[in-house]
Design a protein around this ligand. Structure first.
Ligand SMILES: [Zn+2]
Length: 77
């Protein structure tokens, strides 16, 4: 899917483990719960990711991408 390739190119990779970040639309029972973005390897207290590495409830895909990239940009200086 062309759109997916574009998103992968736009999203920055995880600043901790360098994994390619994920982004997905949260749907449950037909209801939209916002977009989630973050590191696919992130687990609480995994010894690698000291900070929370994902965000939820973003109102749009663009907002999720912006939030993640700005956050990564603030860590990687
Ligand atoms: Zn990571």
């Amino acid at each position: 899917m062309r759109e997916g390739v574009l998103i992968a190119d736009i999203l920055k990779s995880c600043p901790i483990c360098k994994s390619r970040a994920y982004i997905e639309k949260e749907m449950a029972d037909g209801y939209f719960f916002g977009w989630s973005v973050g590191c696919p390897r992130y687990r609480i207290k995994d010894g690698i990711h000291a900070e929370k590495m994902s965000f939820h409830n973003c109102r749009s895909r663009e907002a999720a991408i912006k939030k993640w990239n700005e956050w990564v940009g603030a860590i990687v200086k």
